[in-house]
Design a protein around this ligand. Structure first.
Ligand SMILES: *Cc1c(COP(=O)(O)O)cnc(C)c1O
Length: 416
């Protein structure tokens, strides 16, 4: 089916196709526009468009052209963010009033972490992990500056040893972007609460991929992306989750008119909207938001626990095939315990960059994180077992033939 060395490995594709066909989540794939010849293993970076996206954009264009500013009313742009938050909430295990869809994850983390620090004014430390995503680390240094705290950065596996009575906020990623390691969110939250601290979760690699269970976690604040596993589109806005137990007291440092209880009353003083909506600030990016709306429509009725189970199956299958067929040529750095990993598997190889370029040239789309990781995201709403087999087959072929030695794969691109 692909331009593959098809079937060069002894993998039983018929059985895999039958497994895909029998999978109750299999039909979800049809909601996304993935080219037939593409093995899409990059949901952790940018998901594919919803099939309905072009029609929706055309509809918004008509509303804009015909109604001009009136589109804010006629096309519902003014409360689009509220509707989209309502669609996202079930994937987080949260209530609609606990979710705001707004801004970038970067800005949202600043807002959420600063608000959390203000809730623990007598404490001086923002605790994070050494390997946290760079933007998170940069933002937290800025949060420390403006809140009079300091950042304490520790190894991910020693985090809980450092939660003491000077920690105001623990700000970490639920699933690590490099290794795919997943924290036990309920356990971390309980430990932080026992020490009097709050937790701000970055869910960029979690929502739409694994079981985010906000209420069961007892979680405080969270942020995340919509363009990764949620397929919202390049640069689509992120979200803030604000636990209801903090809804009276959490106040973001950027207080915008769209976070006001009544923006169009043009009140000279800010009063917060109810719940997470106070974390919105300026005019929403409508054309990006409609992409998120269409994407989330593709997840309507989808149980996040079922996404988690499918991600576990796909990543298990990938790890098993790597073990069987790659003969120690790569090291699986992602935890083998399903409960401790996200919908991602990272493989270490000294020439990870050219290997990934060779894979992409062969229509297996993953990505690379320096210095030596091949990253594969198994978006459970669209990846099939047969994709897992094709990816391992192609990787085995690249490594066996040394195809990655081609000089054109050494040219570094900016992204992936
Ligand atoms: C992708 C990612 C981000 C991206 O933030 P943006 O503001 O959307 O660029 C932030 N944090 C983590 C952990 C990520 O993986």
């Amino acid at each position: 089916m692909l331009g593959l060395p098809a079937g060069s490995l002894p993998i039983d594709r018929e059985t895999l196709r039958a497994r895909d066909a029998a999978d109750p989540m299999g039909p979800l794939r049809a909601r996304w526009d993935v080219p037939d010849d593409l093995v899409h293993l990059d949901g952790n970076s940018l998901g594919p468009p919803a099939r309905t996206w072009p029609d929706r954009i055309a509809r918004e264009h008509r509303a804009w052209r015909n109604d001009q500013v009136g589109g804010w009313n006629s096309a519902g742009w003014v409360d689009l963010a509220t509707r989209v938050a309502g669609r996202l909430a079930p994937l987080l295990g949260a209530s609609p009033d606990e979710v705001a869809v707004t801004d970038s994850t970067t800005v949202n983390l600043f807002q959420a972490a600063a608000a959390a620090c203000r809730l623990r004014p007598d404490r001086r430390v923002v605790l994070t992990e050494d390997g946290n995503f760079p933007t998170d680390r940069y933002v937290l240094s800025g949060v420390a500056d403006v809140t009079g705290t300091r950042v304490r950065s520790v190894a991910r596996d020693r985090l809980l040893d450092h939660v003491d009575d000077d920690v105001a906020v623990v700000a970490i990623s639920h699933v690590d972007y490099r290794t795919g390691h997943r924290h036990d969110a309920a356990a971390v939250t309980a430990a932080a609460h026992a020490a009097g601290a709050l937790v701000v979760w970055d869910l960029a690699h979690s929502t739409g991929a694994v079981h985010v269970d906000w209420h069961a976690w007892g979680a405080d604040l969270g942020v995340g992306c919509t363009y990764k596993y949620l397929n919202g589109g390049p640069g689509a806005p992120g979200y803030v989750v604000l636990g209801r137990h903090l809804a009276q007291d959490a106040v973001p440092p950027i207080r915008g008119w769209f976070g006001h209880a009544t923006p169009f009353a043009f009140d000279p003083e800010w009063s917060p909207a109810d719940g997470a909506a106070r974390f919105r600030n300026g005019t929403p990016p409508v054309l990006s938001l409609v992409g998120v709306d269409e994407a989330l429509a593709g997840f309507d009725g989808v149980d996040p626990a079922a996404l988690d189970a499918r991600a576990a199956e796909l990543t298990d299958a990938f790890i098993d095939l790597c073990d069987q067929h790659l003969d120690g040529q790569v090291e699986v750095v992602t935890p083998r315990d399903r409960a401790r990993r996200g919908a991602q598997v990272s493989l270490r190889h000294p020439e990870a960059y050219p290997v990934m370029q060779a894979l992409i040239d062969r229509r297996v789309l993953g990505d690379h994180r320096p210095p030596d990781l091949l990253r594969f995201g198994f978006a459970p709403a669209l990846v099939r077992h047969v994709d897992v087999a094709d990816a391992v087959d192609t990787l085995a072929d690249v490594l066996r033939t040394g195809a990655h030695g081609d000089p054109r794969y050494a040219d570094r691109k900016t992204v992936i």
